[in-house]
Every structure is written in C-alpha cells, then in structure tokens.
Design a protein around this ligand. Sequence first.
Ligand SMILES: [Ca+2]
Length: 314
Amino acid sequence: MPDKVNARTIGITVAAAVVTVAAAVAISERLRAPEPVEDALRWATGPEAEPVSDDMVLIPGGEYVIGDAHHPDAPVRKVALSPCYVDRHEVTNRQFAEFVEATGYVTSAEKAGGGWCYIAGTKDWQFVKGADWRHPLGPGSSIEGAEERPVVLVSWYDAQAYAKWAGKRLPTEAEWEVAARAGKSEEEHPLCAVNGKPRVPANYWQGTWPDKNLLEDGYFYVAPVGAFPPNEWGLYGMIGNVWEWTADWYASEVPAEAQDPKGPETGTLRVAKGGSWFCSANYCGAYTPGFRGKSPPDRAFNNVGFRCAKDAEQ
Ligand SMILES: [Ca+2]
C-alpha cells in the first residue's frame, strides 16, 4: 500500500496539480477536521437527470488552437486533426457493467485489493482496501442508483480494455481538448476559470476544500452524465464531474505545431483532462479544457473516469 507521502503526491498529480508539494503540506498542517458529511458512504447523491444518448459526436477535421497560457506545460499551440468521433458522455457504470458482464474483466483496483478514494468528511486522499468501481467509497458503498453516472476507480489500462472491447480507442489529448472547446480557441472562447469558477456549468467543489463543500451544484461526488448542459458540439461533462484519461503519455513540453499529435512514445504518466467533482478553487482549479492532469496508468481513483473516441472517414 502506498504511504501517506505518496497519497499526497498523487492527490496533487491527479486532482490538484496547481499546488506544489510544499504548499500542500502547509495547507494540510493548518486544516482543522473537515465537516462530516451525512451521506459519506452514499455515492449517488444529488438530483437525477434525463438520460443522454450513448452515441458519438463527430469532431470535424481541421486546424485548431489548443492550450492555456495560464499553465506553463500547456502553451497555446496549433494542431491539425483528422476527423474523429468522441463519445457524447463519459462511460457510465451501466456501460462498464456490460463490458464486465461480457468479458469477465477484472480491474486494476480489484487486482490491487483497493483504490484511491476521497471520502466526504475526511482530510485527504487515502488508499481504501476493497474500493473498486462497484464500491467507489470502499466496502459498504455501492453504485446503486448511479447507473447513469461515470464509472470511476478505473485505471488507464481498464479504460483501454473497455475501449478495445467497444471497438473504440481513447481520445488523444488534442482530440479531447478540441472536443471540449467545441473547436474554439481560448482567445475566441475563454474557458479559463474566473474567480475560482469554471466558465461553463459543471460539477466541481464549491467552497473550500476540505472544510466545506457548499454543494451549490447539487452534487458531492459524481453527477449523472446528463446533469449539466452539453457544450456547443453536444458533448456532455467535458469539464468537471470526473477526470478523463486520454491516450497520451505526459511530457512537460509539447510541440508548437503538430498533425494528429499522439504525445511522446514513452513515459510514466498518462494525461487526464477536465477536472472533477473534487476540484475546488483552493486545491485544484483544473476545470478548464487546457489544464493537463497526469497520473500513473495503473492507479485508480474515485474521481477519474474516461470516454472513448474512434477514427472517422476522411
Ligand atoms: Ca459538486
């Protein structure tokens, strides 16, 4: 089991890359005990939503500008993309259950005997024995009532396996970001956070982590995939709710121009995008299309999921 230092490092890496290790330690030391949340072991809290189609959205081929000048590892850059399809919403528990039912697939967290969880009322991330996609808050929790919410506690390898089974693949970072921006650059369509709030309606953490989640959006943990309006291309949940794995290895430097960029050939961390229900202004602020989250591919968290992509005819 990873130790506490690793837990903090991972929390920063995946969920809060804007704070440094030193800052995180300072924050933790001055925290008082967070306010307990009554439904700490109930995963499907908050309002239900209308179902969303399981289809894919055509991302037109063309030249796009991605990146966010607020982040040194995400410089504004040009990409030329071939057309592709991207799932309209994140892969849900219902869809992942179909995959497991059909294949008998065992996830990384199940093999490891647990996964990384943030549980309401606690102070930090922890490795929870028995936590897996069916038990996103550990033993005693369940995904009952969360069938239309994103699957979590899936590693990058789990996401890859699902995508292959579905006849799809994971989106590249560039494909994901173009889809999230609905084709517009940061200059044309600013999506940077303003006063600690994302520019689009999304599930994130209002208030101050970890003392108080104001729940202004109605959700502590994951929301149904159709809970918030889609972007201009009809994609749901690109910002907030859960981080989404992409196909790319992470590198701190990216080319200024590229045709269908796929990231470096090798690496230790895979890129994840979009921020999650855990992101608060004081700990994360990652709920923008350009922000580049990253995590070891074998780690599973209860705020990380994925959606799939597929090549389109040119
Ligand atoms: Ca929320």
